[in-house]
Structure formats: C-alpha cells, structure tokens
Design a protein around this ligand. Structure first.
Ligand SMILES: Cc1cc2nc3c(=O)[nH]c(=O)nc-3n(C[C@H](O)[C@H](O)[C@H](O)COP(=O)(O)OP(=O)(O)OC[C@H]3O[C@@H](n4cnc5c(N)ncnc54)[C@H](O)[C@@H]3O)c2cc1C
Length: 358
C-alpha cells in the first residue's frame, strides 16, 4: 500500500489487487509497534525515516493514525542479552538514535509498575512509537484513489503469468495486463511467486495477539521481554493494553486460527512483569502471520524476473518498515536505481546473518 501510494503520487497508472479487504492480511492483525532499535545500519536508518513518515501522516491524511511516541523498553534478563543491547546501542547512537542502556532502577522509573526481579539492564528509546494500522491503510487508500489508482477488492489473483507483460486473472475473471508488478502478498507471496517460477525463501508462521478493555493510562512504552518465555505489550492511547509473545517452537504455515493456550500463557507472562495488569479484562484475541526469511530481514528487490518486484518477508516488522520501504521501492521501480542502500534486503544476499532483535 505504501509503495502504491508513492507510485500514485508520481502519476503512475496502477491497480491494487486484494484478496479480501484492505488490512485483512497481517497488517490488520499487528499491534502497531514502531521501533528504531534494530541491529543493522539499513534497518536503523529506515526506521528513523519511518518515525518521521508516521509522524507526518495525520497532516497528510487529514485524520489521526494514533501515532504516539511512547518509546520501547527492551528488557535484558541475561548477560548475553545485555551485551547484545550494548553493542546495538553503540551502533544505534552512531546512527543518531536517542537510545540508552538503563539500570533496572532506571527502567522502573520509565514503567513504575514494572517488576524488576531478575532484570539486569534495559535498552530504552523514548522516540520509538506506535500507530494504528487501520487508519494508516485507510489514509493510503484515500490518497491512491485521489491519485486515480484503481482498487480490486474481494478479488484474489488466481493466475499470474509472464508473457510480454504480466497477466493477472482475478477471481471474477477480469484479466489485467501490467508492465510492472509488485508482489507483496504477505504470507501468500511465495505461493503466487511459484506461478511465475520463483522459489522465494519465505516462511509464514502464526503469531497471536490480544487486547484488554480500556483502563486508565499508566505506562507509555512497548515493553519487550526477550526471555524465551517472554512477551511484548504496550498501552494504546485509548488505554487498551495490546500484546503478543513469540511461540517457541514456532507454528509454521499460513495460520489465522487462535489457540486455547495463548491467553493464559500471555496473561501470566504479562503479569510477571506488570502484576497489576491482572485486574484488566481481556476483550479479544486473534492470530495472523509473520512472513519470515532465513535472516529475519525483508526481501525488497527486483525478483530476478525483469519488472517483477518483491516486498515481503517482513519478519514481524512490516507495519513499521512499510512507509520508507514503499517510498524507496517506488523510486526503484521507476528508475531501476536505489536512492539509498538496500543491499541488506537484496534477493541475492546470502541470508546468513540474523537480525539480533526479532
Ligand atoms: C500478532 C502480530 C503482531 C505484529 N506486530 C507488529 C508490530 O508491532 N509492528 C510491526 O511493524 N509489525 C508487526 N507485525 C508484522 C506485520 O503485521 C507484518 O510484517 C506486515 O503486516 C506485513 O505486511 P504485508 O503488506 O507484507 O502483508 P499483508 O498485510 O498480509 O498484506 C498482503 C495482502 O495480500 C493479500 N493477498 C494475498 N494473496 C492474494 C492474492 N492471491 N490476490 C490478491 N491479494 C492477495 C492479502 O489478503 C493481504 O491483505 C505483527 C504481526 C502479527 C501477526
């Protein structure tokens, strides 16, 4: 959607094709976190740019996207994680991110209700943020329509072929011919890519989330507990607390079914950190996908087939990465040149390293 928005601003004739409704995939299921605390220069720079782009959306779209800079507080309960934080912070500070390593006592000043038992250190960036995915996508959709872009909703691509141009046959039998295609179908990207002979290293897995009723606002940042049985959660500006955990082992496949185990497990993990959350009633629980790559970084590149581009494998960060990826990718699709370094997201990379902060 972000790429389509930036392409439409250049007056390009385009269509967005969507299987169901806008936000029906992973984006409408995410919890809206936006952080700059990454472990590689490209990711950190892009996320700095994304904080700026999200902060401009209200003015650009004419309504709120609930952008709020409450920060991210990352918790280290092991020496190993503390060392990872230290080396990341060095790099992040070099890139101009307002981040620092806190003692447990300082972490408690940021979140007074935090139980700091076993905590060794915390990484805190007060400028990290949150936004609400639905108005973000609505804003892009309105703008794309104003710029004369077309939408085909509730209309999945059934067959995808490469002739001289690309031919996309939709469920309602419409056949669209396109000179260039961006394949950005979240967890379904690999399946569609297979139709034109691509073998993409994309591995969807299930992630669940839950939200509480509104309670008086009592903490600001996304709290991220990196223990194996950890979790991450923040309080929206509406007062609702929204959170997730990363299942170990992971639950592979395109899965949008919610499990019985999730709620009691997450509730216990959240209450271990912030015990008073036990008084909040849970409102809703759902599931969606992370589309993982072997190194935890997205693939944003031309696919190897001329004029077919990929933006997928967002590995749990696609909402926050979206705007800046869209901006640079739109330019790349028009000029065949990157206007910033995207080598980390190249389709031809070795996929050997690992983003340290998943
Ligand atoms: C529980 C949870 C929490 C998360 N929290 C965060 C977070 O805090 N911050 C963050 O940045 N990220 C988060 N993420 C990850 C984030 O949601 C994803 O990385 C991001 O939404 C991926 O966006 P996308 O556009 O690539 O995919 P999607 O949003 O899935 O969009 C792809 C679209 O393609 C459509 N499609 C698929 N097949 C076809 C077809 N054949 N024809 C037409 N259309 C098709 C789908 O319907 C879908 O709408 C979270 C994810 C989950 C599940």
């Amino acid at each position: 959607m972000a790429t389509a928005f930036y392409l439409s601003q250049k007056g390009i004739k385009l269509a967005v094709i969507e299987r169901k409704y806008i936000a029906s995939g992973s984006t409408g299921r995410c919890i809206g976190g936006i952080r700059q605390q990454f472990s590689t220069p490209t990711a950190i720079r892009l996320m700095k740019e994304n904080v700026t782009l999200f902060s401009q959306m209200e003015e650009e779209f004419g309504f709120t996207v609930e952008f709020h800079q409450g920060g991210y507080l990352l918790l280290a309960h092991s020496l190993e994680m503390k060392e990872i934080f230290k080396s990341n912070i060095e790099l992040q500070q070099k890139e101009g991110v307002n981040v620092s390593l806190l003692t447990p006592k300082e972490a408690k000043e940021v979140v007074p209700d935090l139980d700091i038992e076993g905590l060794l250190a915390a990484a805190f960036c007060a400028d990290d943020a949150q936004a609400f995915p639905f108005p973000v996508l609505k804003g892009y959709k309105n703008k794309i329509e104003q710029n004369k872009g077309d939408f085909y909703l509730y209309n999945p691509v059934i067959t995808f072929e490469k002739k001289k141009n690309f031919l996309l046959t939709l469920e309602n039998s419409t056949v669209l011919e396109a000179e260039k295609v961006l394949l950005s179908a979240g967890p379904w990207t690999a399946e569609l890519g297979k139709q034109v002979g691509l073998d993409l290293p994309l591995f969807p897995e299930r992630h669940e989330a839950m939200i509480t009723e509104r309670i008086p606002k009592f903490f600001e940042p996304m709290v991220v507990d990196y223990r194996k049985d950890g979790c991450y959660f923040h309080q929206l500006i509406s007062g609702q607390v929204i959170g997730c955990y990363t299942p170990v082992p992971n639950v592979p496949g395109i899965r949008e079914d919610a499990s019985f185990e999730f709620l009691p497990r997450l509730a216990k993990r959240m209450m271990r950190l912030v015990p008073c959350l036990g008084k909040a009633a849970i409102l809703r629980h759902w599931a969606g996908c992370y589309t993982m790559t072997p190194d935890g970084n997205p693939i944003v590149d031309e696919s190897g087939i001329e004029n077919l581009y990929i933006a997928s494998g967002m590995s749990g960060h696609g909402f926050m990465f979206g705007p800046a990826i869209g901006k640079h990718l739109a330019n790349f699709m028009l000029t065949s040149k990157w206007d910033t370094d995207f080598a980390e997201f190249s389709i031809n990379r070795a996929f050997e390293g690992k983003e340290a902060l998943k």
